[in-house]
Design a protein around this ligand. Sequence first.
Ligand code: SME
Length: 158
Amino acid sequence: MSESLLIAEGSKSEKYETLLVQIEGVVGGESDEIANMANVSSMIHETFGFWWTGFYRVLDGELVLGPFQGPLACTRIKKGRGVCGTAWQQGVTQVVPDVEKFPGHIACSSASKSEIVVPLFKNGEVVAVLDIDSAELNTFDEEDRINLEKVAEILVRG
Ligand code: SME
């Protein structure tokens, strides 16, 4: 697959459709999870222009910052803490329309207003989370959840 990918255009569903094909192409030929997370965070971030897009990996009982695009972020998050730690603990995608209303939200940046966190599973265990922050309220909906869960599946499938 070409190194220079076209940025998907059109409606949100058209963007996701193109993005998923591109992600399949990039991830399908590479087995290194860090390389794949790096490219996937870039592709999502460039397509939608989010505030922060990246991964935290479960390492030694904590979430540890992985590949991301955007400003400096918290390095380690404990299970059950904030939106990321909740997604890990519950094994369920968290869609947060207003981060200030989420109990225990970890504010890495005051510019972040809404957020989605999607767990990545291997053998039934959460091994990482995909975290996306928006500088606007109410950015993420069911369509984002469904498509980003597909991204998570592609990534763990390799
Ligand atoms: N806000 C997240 C922490 C990670 S940063 O936003 C990149 C949370 O509450 O889990």
